[in-house]
Design a protein around this ligand. Sequence first.
Ligand SMILES: NC(=O)c1ccc[n+]([C@@H]2O[C@H](COP(=O)([O-])OP(=O)(O)OC[C@H]3O[C@@H](n4cnc5c(N)ncnc54)[C@H](O)[C@@H]3O)[C@@H](O)[C@H]2O)c1
Length: 269
Amino acid sequence: MGLLGCGAIGSEIAFAIDSGKISAKLTHIYDFSKDNSGKLVNMLQNKPIVTENVGLLAASPVDLIIEAASQDAVRDDILSILQNRKDVMIMSVGALLDESIFDIVMDGCKDFNKRVYLPSGAIIGLDGIRAVRDELDLVTLVTTKNPKALKGAKFFETSNIDLDGITQSTIIYEGSAQEAVRLFPANINVAALLSLAGIGSQKTRVKIIADPSTDKNTHEIQAEGKFGKFSIKVENMPSPSNPKTSRLATLAAIECLKKICGTSLNIGT
Ligand SMILES: NC(=O)c1ccc[n+]([C@@H]2O[C@H](COP(=O)([O-])OP(=O)(O)OC[C@H]3O[C@@H](n4cnc5c(N)ncnc54)[C@H](O)[C@@H]3O)[C@@H](O)[C@H]2O)c1
């Protein structure tokens, strides 16, 4: 396997492979921060090769490349990875709400007969959303995070909300999933997953709340339609090395890789 991005998620996945939790070999990694790739290699028992650039990672002799870097990485590198005939697991799912990127991915999969995996990330219930997608009228996501987990988002470049000045639970954004993933690219990948599984990014509604009293990343989903309705609430512990990322997102990615690499029972839809 190859790994693009050696931060919070990429490192945890690498540890899971190194310890044998996932039956695979991690042979090639790349991160544009040499510090991050170097740190990761030092902590692994089975040392992968650090490639000089992403092109060499894409061309390396692996079956699957795990993207755990950024929306920009998906935008810039997905085509080259698929052209090099590698399957891909994408974590920065928000990139796929850009129709041109989505089309590149879909065409690439078809042209090169490759698969792209999108793990469930920091939410549960995508199986249900997919099952009822033709009968869905309404999907809403309310995400509540500590202000420090929202820091650095593009949204704040043009908004006059001062995150440091927030003293109580405050709605800071309401809009479509399409816009939310553009304004909060590192925070709201779950909105992208919900959109792709359900009724699309224009119709999926998103509310983001900054709450200084919480230490969790909470996602509440309401889905309604001819089938009935359901609601899901997930209270995630943030990853210790990146407060924007929930622990469940990493665990879901590891589970997805176990399923890809394993031969055991497939449980769930
Ligand atoms: N699908 C989900 O539910 C979900 C949940 C959490 C995070 N994410 C996304 O997964 C990605 C990784 O998350 P993380 O918490 O590990 O982030 P992180 O910031 O801890 O690590 C990202 C790493 O990728 C590297 N990187 C970024 N852009 C790159 C590029 N273009 N080329 C090479 N290296 C690059 C960085 O240097 C860093 O080491 C992010 O895009 C994040 O938004 C998805």
